[in-house]
Design a protein around this ligand. Structure first.
Ligand code: GDP
Length: 439
């Protein structure tokens, strides 16, 4: 996707990951690579320069959080700034009324009709039954194209190739489909003059009163997408943008960043000609994929979170070496909580997923607090030598904590299982950010 942009950025990240020392020279080289890749993808030069400056400032001045290497920190900065370039957060479509009306606008050739088909299928899969209205009176083939589309998806279509009044078509279509849960209105993509087209969009919008206007923009036009989005947004309130033809488009990065720059919500991207080739656009996921980062993001985030807290290294060592008492478990509970459910942490380490017994990973926060209350009723000796806890002690602990004998037994069972699992865990050498963090 996006021509060479992904390949170039992935190579840069690989190069960075292979460096032993991260100094000013390395940071500058990385930035040069990123600049080259982005400019090739038609990202606006001003945006590229801003981004470069921010990356450089942050990489050279921000101190990596404890437990995070300089390299991981720079990777994280590059990732964050690229996500920012594409608008940070994913915007979602919320269909919250009936009928929900979506008005599609966009220039001819942008991929509007194709995208309508993709959207209809996407929404159909979500359990809706979209009905389509064709108001394109300019392109004779438009109705036919939609007819075939709706036929193959088994959806209703309203249109009349002999009617040349777009507003009338819109009105009649809406009347026909007023009991439908979702209505998609297609519009013309061309007029004699661009102004006429934009005027018509304004009028149709007034008739349809759409809940959402989706603007389709051809990704191959690169940074010009900004002007197009601005022109349409003057006539009607654009709620979503779909950037099409990002498969193989060399200028896709330019289109995405230009649209994000004006704060327009890119909700979907078109990634091919087939009806399935529509993706929900999420800048974070998109950039991780583009950088070939996979799960690095979550690992780095988690490493950072833990580094922020003062991890008790001694207790961690004891835990990993297998000398693990109830007392250790008590002090480790909070840290485990910060790392996330054990199973989730393990799943992110290559070859470690599924190594933890099921019941050991299923400790919820609620259980953790229950266990803590139980442990508060234990003596020091019981905490450091849990093997001495037999029937009478179980009873006393249960009474003291206001819980049942079974609760104490459950805690002891959990302790045994965890101890066993952790012993295995400690024996394995861990590489990568998690390894760094654990050492
Ligand atoms: P409209 O005039 O805006 O309705 O455009 P169409 O839907 O007819 O699409 C114009 C051309 O772009 C067609 O050949 C489509 O197959 C193609 N197209 C649309 N979306 C995509 C996409 O995401 N990727 C690729 N490669 N082609 C697309």
């Amino acid at each position: 996707m996006l021509g060479n942009l992904g390949k170039n950025l992935t190579n840069t990240m690989k190069k960075l990951a292979g460096m032993t020392i991260i100094d000013e020279e390395v940071v500058k080289e990385v930035i040069k690579d990123i600049q080259r890749a982005l400019i090739q993808s038609d990202v606006n030069i001003k945006l590229v320069l801003n981004l470069s400056k921010t990356i450089e400032d942050r990489a050279l001045n921000e101190k990596p959080p404890k437990g995070v290497t300089a390299k991981e920190h720079v990777i994280k900065i590059v990732y964050e700034e690229l996500v920012h370039l594409l608008g940070d957060k994913a915007a979602e479509v919320e269909i919250d009324k009936k009928p929900y009306k979506i008005l599609f606008v966009g220039l001819q050739g942008s991929g509007k009709t194709t995208t309508i088909g993709k959207m209809a299928k996407y929404l159909q899969k979500k359990g809706f039954n979209p009905a389509l209205i064709c108001t394109d009176t300019w392109r004779p083939a438009a109705y036919e194209q939609l007819r075939q589309l709706t036929e193959s998806l088994n959806l209703s279509l309203y249109g009349d190739p002999n009617n040349k009044d777009a507003l009338d078509l819109a009105r009649k279509g809406l009347k026909e489909f007023k009991k439908q849960d979702l209505i998609i209105v297609d519009t013309a993509g061309r007029h004699k003059e661009e102004k006429d087209l934009l005027d018509e969009m304004e009028q149709i919008s007034a008739v349809v009163e759409p809940d959402e206007v989706m603007l389709v923009i051809d990704g191959t036009i690169g940074q010009q997408a900004k002007e197009q989005a601005l022109a349409f947004s003057k006539t009607t309130k654009i709620g979503s943008i779909v950037i099409t033809k990002l498969d193989g488009s060399a200028k896709g990065g330019g289109a995405l960043s230009a649209v994000a720059e004006i704060g327009a919500p890119i909700k979907f991207i078109g990634t091919g000609e087939r009806i399935e080739d529509l993706e929900v656009f999420d800048p974070e996921r998109f950039i991780s994929r583009l950088l070939g980062m996979g799960d690095i993001r979550s690992l780095i985030e988690r490493a950072e979170e833990i580094a922020e807290e003062d991890v008790d290294a001694e207790a961690m060592d004891a835990m990993l070496s297998g000398k693990f008492t109830l007392k250790d478990m008590y002090s480790q509970f909070e840290m485990m909580n910060k790392m996330g459910p054990m199973q989730q942490v393990m799943n992110m380490l290559p070859g470690m997923g599924n190594k933890l017994p099921k019941n050991a990973s299923q400790v919820t926060e609620e259980k953790l607090s229950k266990y803590k209350i139980l442990m508060d009723s234990m003596t020091e000796q019981e905490l450091t030598h849990p093997e001495i806890i037999k029937q009478s002690r179980v009873k006393r602990i249960a009474r003291g904590s206001g819980m049942r004998n079974e609760d104490v037994k459950e805690l002891l069972k959990y302790y045994q299982v965890t101890k066993k699992a952790i012993k295995g865990f400690g024996k394995r050498k861990m590489g990568g950010p998690m390894g760094q963090m654990m050492r």
